[in-house]
Design a protein around this ligand. Sequence first.
Ligand code: UDP
Ligand code: MN
Length: 622
Amino acid sequence: MMLRRNVSKVLCLGLTLVIAVNLFLVFYTKGTLQKLILGSIQKELHLPLSEWNGAVIKRLSHLEVDLQHLKESLKEERMKDREHPVQKAVESKANETKKDKPQKALFPDSQLFKRWGEGLSEAQQKEAQDLFQKFGYNVYLSNQLPLDRAIPDTRDSRCLLKTYSSQLPSLSVILIFMNEALSIILRAITSIINRTPSRLLKEIILVDDFSSNEELKAYLEEKIKLYNQKYPGLLKIIRHTERKGLAQARNAGREAATADVVAILDAHIEVNVGWAEPILARIQEDRTVIVSPVFDNIRFDTFELTKYELAVDGFNWELWCRYDPLPKAWIDLHDVTAPVKSPSIMGILAANRLFLGEIGSLDGGMLVYGGENVELSLRVWQCGGRIEVLPCCRVAHLERHHKPYALDLSLVLKRNALRVAEIWMDEYKDMVYFAWNIPLQNSGIDYGDISSRMALRGKLKCQSFDWYLKNVYPILKPIHNIVGYGRLKNSLDENVCLDQGPISDNTPIMYHCHEYNTQNVYYHLTGEFYVGPLIAEAYTDDRCLTDPGYGEKAMLKPCSKAAKNNLHIYWDFKPGRAVINRATKRCLEMKKDTSGVYRLVLQTCTSQVWTIQYTVRNWGSN
Ligand code: UDP
Ligand code: MN
């Protein structure tokens, strides 16, 4: 009797708790979702004009998804109103209480709290902010979310109709990490176990690139033991005893792997349903294909998923990754599930384990981060393989707010880019030097020993970069007649440089000289001056220094449009001489304004002269 009464008491208490937790969850997620949607729409409407077309397309497609979410959330909201009047009352009561006691926002400027964190106590805010600074994402929230949380299935519905052979190859999944939060790694593992058919998943290999984070030591080992009790032999871990960088971490994972196919992922991912089958089927069909999933974004602050539209993985002349439009040949197939030919990968990849080894894995001479994806891509294409994005394979990847392993990546990005250029890009390598504003001779940058990679290129009998541009990546447009580049300075004051100025003004200015590419200038033998970051691709125009023919101000105009409209974009110039517009005969000069600051003007020439930082092959004469 006594027992029964206690049982019903416990039951009653339990039930109350469950209801309370549910109410809290409903209230909490709704608030977060609304904030997320409104915030992201507001952000999307402030499209920076400097973004290249691809980014704009991507942003617009996000906007579309956001609007869809908004519509759905409003619909849900109306349904809730009808269905749960009691719940509504509880929620508005909770809102009132919140209004009564507003929490002081301790970090109003932190990106972590722009869309998240309302109602946290000061101690909680501090804890969340500390974790955010350490990891670059919201570890406080990650630690509360279930490891097996659901994420939206972002595949096109036609992917669900696909069927696959019952005899697919086996899969090793490699997760590399450096100071990642434990809950993030465990969620990645959980998603892989839950969303990969167990008969296909041979192993998950963790590669720790010398993390210092304590929880990734004994505690992670303990977790691995537990997984292996449940799934014998599934998890393995490799530990680097010094930092080797991401290329070597990925290579270490591949070398330890034993399955037919390797999928090499970051540890801050959640794979989506049905992700593995398209990879295995495609690689079974053709062992020389390196494939990339389509990525969705896990927001670093709210952990909400943002769906990304299918796109091609490309890169610019800095060899920095970007998304490009889908190829016409693919669109004409009218099959949204068909693999998309892609010039590059973003980083994450899957491949036939042996083929990846034969072709040279990743270049272990790449330091820290960056460049290794383009190096592999050029090698694969130029040496007989291909790269494809698989529309039905979706992996959610957390784009960190900042990286825990480096504050400024530009030095190593530049260094690794030069390594790629020197090994693979033949006579086109100058474009990489131009884009990074590095002198062609005596760059002072040590890109390491490339002899073994050059030997590999010979051994594999690879095609030229010219072949790659023509057959794989015609969007990139090399420029052949640049004769001077770098900072453009007037001899009156060498502390100021020509600068593209605020992007929406289309008006170049003189500005204190700095390192950023907004002060890059490229002079062509044909007379154009490109100003700002080098673009040199098919869908976006570089911006040309233009004399509008009236007033004092020079302008920046999209070059090919300006050329078509006969705007005055051609200038006579040689280092140490005047910059004279060929059509208007006016000179680009500087004039002190009333406050003593130099302004850029177009005027009748007064014999001012300019210098440009680097010259190419003796001004094109050899
Ligand atoms: N990484 C590594 N060693 C390093 C730098 C990076 O193992 O020295 C790993 C990192 O932990 C991550 C992967 O390389 O799993 C890719 O880096 P990240 O996620 O920072 O790049 P993103 O995905 O933002 O391009
Ligand atoms: Mn990553």
